[in-house]
Design a protein around this ligand. Sequence first.
Ligand SMILES: [Zn+2]
Length: 167
Amino acid sequence: MAYLCELTDELVLARHPDPELFAALCLALEQVIGGAPQALHLRQYELAVLRCLGLSPALTSCCVCGSEIGGEDSAAFDGPRGGVLCLEHERGAPRLPAAALAAIQHLEAGGDPAALASAPAGLRRAVRDAIQSIVRSHLRRPLHAQAFFAALPRDAGAEGVGAARLC
Ligand SMILES: [Zn+2]
């Protein structure tokens, strides 16, 4: 929960009141308080925050030239530069599996995160890394809550919703 609030505070600041973002924060907090905090809910919330700030990543067309992307096993994706990139502009950008890109599109479109719960861990990790690369590039400083989660042992919470897995 600290992570949700801190993320919102850092990215949005008090000068940018936004009903849509507030609604998204309420929903995310509800999910966390409701006892089933899932990493994918956080990913969806991060996408909502980015959308409210006009920072949504390009997912279907090159973020530099706008040419359409798709039809391959993976796409070049550079979060800080703005999303997917075409062959001409991908220079050195990391590759994102097409399935991870589709998962991000699903979350971005407001799809149920639970639909992705059974996705392979590697795919969920790729989704997390891609979204967080964007979030991180817009933060003024690392979040305390995130550092806290990162410091927890990875196997904390054997029942499956260990705090370490939230971020
Ligand atoms: Zn391009």
